[in-house]
Design a protein around this ligand. Sequence first.
Ligand code: HEM
Ligand SMILES: N#Cc1ccc(COc2ccc(/C=C/c3ccc(C(F)(F)[C@](O)(Cn4cnnn4)c4ccc(F)cc4F)nc3)cc2)cc1
Length: 481
Amino acid sequence: KNPNEPPMVFHWFPFIGSTVTYGMDPPRFFKENRDKFGDTFTFILLGKKTTVAVGPAGNDFILNGKLKDVNAEEIYTVLTTPVFGKDVVYDCPNAKLMEQKKFMKIALTTEAFRSYVPIISGEVQSYFKKNADFKPKTGVIDIPKKMAEITIFTASHALQGSAVRSRFDETLAALYHDLDMGFTPINFMLHWAPLPWNRKRDYAQRTVASIYMDIIRDRRANGDDHEEHDMMKHLMNSTYKNGTPVPDHEVAHMMIALLMAGQHSSSSTSSWIMLRLAQNPEIMEELLQEQIRVLGADLPPLQYEDLAKLPLNQAIIKETLRIHAPIHSIMRAVKQPMPVPGTKYVIPPSHVLLAAPGVSASDPQYFPNPDAWDPHRWEADSPNAPSIVRNGAVEEEEKIDYGYGLVSKGAGSPYLPFGAGRHRCIGEQFANVQLQTIVAETVRAFKFSNVDGSRNLIGTDYASLFSRPLEPAKIRYERRD
Ligand code: HEM
Ligand SMILES: N#Cc1ccc(COc2ccc(/C=C/c3ccc(C(F)(F)[C@](O)(Cn4cnnn4)c4ccc(F)cc4F)nc3)cc2)cc1
């Protein structure tokens, strides 16, 4: 028992350690051990000493860690590189990732979002019109399956361009599924194993990358007649600081990375949103009333500017991400001994650090009645308002530029569903435009309720890489038309 290391969670077996108790329900595991040991403790995850540091101080310690002390790519590359492809994201030095994030962010402009809203609206409306399961006036549907399809159609069309979207109707959908099979926590360990799903993953990665490279060559050859604000065009015309233009295979691999990022995070989040609306039908009515009050009873086609005028619609996403953040564990390798501020602990390089921002997002100290899904809590005068809203804490948050634009350090914030610091998400704005548009269109088309009319909510599946609802998750819909 080294007094300079955080307390170790009791475990019976070496290697397995606490892997199973953690893997079954990470938030419960964090809460139980935080009550026992405080904000910093160590457990064995698949043979690795994993030090958890929770709360705003823990989030700051890990997410704002210095490049010389903490390393993300060492942990994630085994999982992401076989799926995305080489030379991008975690298969390159961090400095190169920072430039790649700058290129990605250049495409995510207000002008681009202005063009995305009609695209996303159109895809949602045609999906609800065409899909056989929504034909009857009322019925029961498995919502995660539907949201996965709506997410991939909307994200591929807006973010990847119409050429990619059109391929999702035939080949790409099946290839995407095979690629996705390789995106599982099991591959933290078995990424190398010649398992059937790894061979399918590798074939799919090569095939999807070559489809993207064909599209790139075609667009270079024929010039860009149709003015689309998609990501591919921007990446194709980007150049690294050292003067090298971004090679076609890196453009293709970054497009796969963005597809995977957007797909899992948005389909999990939108599924949770729909399940919460079915559990709270009165909120769905309030959302429709908000649109009628703000946009007019004729409900004109949605524009990007309308989204900012619908605060309850925006709060739905904020509140859902507070309770159901898709990424429950953020991991870093320790490269140098790291003293933990305010304690006598020094974390040695053999450890892995694990940040769990969701712990402070469900801490009653910051969010009164934390387990209640209450979108109204984000309105200043609400009794459940979080301190960051009640004190009118203006965005005086410290900001810093790692090479892809100013990001909040998020050091004091108890609410970080998009991370913070050097590895912070660049997809937050796109995700919000996509999710707010999907919710606003869905509210216009349907009433939702739980199949048994109860106020129950299905459990969470933590076994995959992104936490998501257990499946099947059925709800009842009723067409408003
Ligand atoms: C609800 C939606 C989303 C959530 C909750 C989310 C969450 C996160 C989190 C927590 C991180 C930090 C990971 C870490 O520190 O290790 C992150 C990073 C990132 N996300 Fe997202 N994300 C979302 C959507 C997206 C979308 C739509 C895209 C792309 C269009 C995207 C692209 C990225 C990228 C490129 C990074 C940077 C990774 C790094 O720098 O290491 N995300 N995201
Ligand atoms: N027995 C057992 C047993 C043991 C343990 C467990 C569970 O253990 C764990 C532990 C850690 C984790 C971590 C999640 C994790 C990390 C990184 C990524 C990512 F890199 F992929 C991402 O950030 C994703 N992203 C970002 N924004 N949107 N998506 C990303 C970045 C850039 C990019 F371009 C594309 C990207 F998509 N994805 C997910 C999940 C589960 C289960 C069972």
